[in-house]
Design a protein around this ligand. Sequence first.
Ligand SMILES: Nc1ncnc2c1ncn2[C@@H]1O[C@H](COP(=O)(O)OP(=O)(O)OP(=O)(O)O)[C@@H](O)[C@H]1O
Length: 271
Amino acid sequence: MTSVSTAAVTTAAHTPGAPAPAAGPGVAVRLQGVSKHFGDASRPPVLDRIDLTVAPGEFVCLLGASGCGKSTLLSLVAGLDAPSDGTVEVPDGRPALMFQEPALYPWLTAGQNIELALRLRGVGRQARRAEADRLLALVHLEGSHAKRVHELSGGMRQRVALARALAQEGRVLLMDEPFAALDAITRDVMHDELTRIWRETGLSVVFVTHNVREAVRLGQRVVLLSSRPGRIVREWTVDLPHPRRIEDSGVAELSVEITDHLRQEISRHGR
Ligand SMILES: Nc1ncnc2c1ncn2[C@@H]1O[C@H](COP(=O)(O)OP(=O)(O)OP(=O)(O)O)[C@@H](O)[C@H]1O
């Protein structure tokens, strides 16, 4: 296996000496034949020959049982880890990341947490302040620049974390169960906010969850992964109109269908 890293793309050649052709326009993320083993090669791979393409501006939800490799897949797209085989391409540069834990620095204010991401991007001091305020307004936290992390609710912290992710200026936003720790009402509000921001910014989003309704509520496409080996077993296009609500009959019906497939995968894995 050959591994080539650039600022924009992490590429491991499909077969030694034969890198895949570069992703063309119309591609935000492309995985081709991606497999991932950890340690013991006698065990099935965590990910097995994953082919997945995300278009610019597309919102894709990755769904699967606990431990099926969703976070592993995200970390490969983020360039935090390299595939054992296959290629991962992100032509528009390093993706932005957001996790379940907001992971804000408690000794900094909300605004300073965002400014730190801007500073790491090389944005000058004065522009940082203005940009942090713009991002705080985007996540509906106007006037919260000076608030300390302990003064913020869980939902507000995730808004700051989202603003900080947006400050990274990636054209691809990778989200790993970002709302899993929030109560149902706050999560619902955050679904609205994320949908609004996604539509305003035109970002490509890859959103990992094991909540089927959340996936259908948010995604244009839902991709179901099996467990050990992690393969794409099925995907659905969600053509329900926005705004969507978690209790909409269309969301509920598709969720029932997807849940049936998810159950089959879980019981197959258990056997
Ligand atoms: N660095 C690592 N070293 C060894 N094994 C790992 C490593 N990272 C992940 N794994 C294993 O890979 C499998 C998939 O883990 P991963 O976190 O990607 O699953 P997941 O679908 O995101 O799970 P969850 O929904 O519970 O967060 C698990 O069995 C995990 O123990």
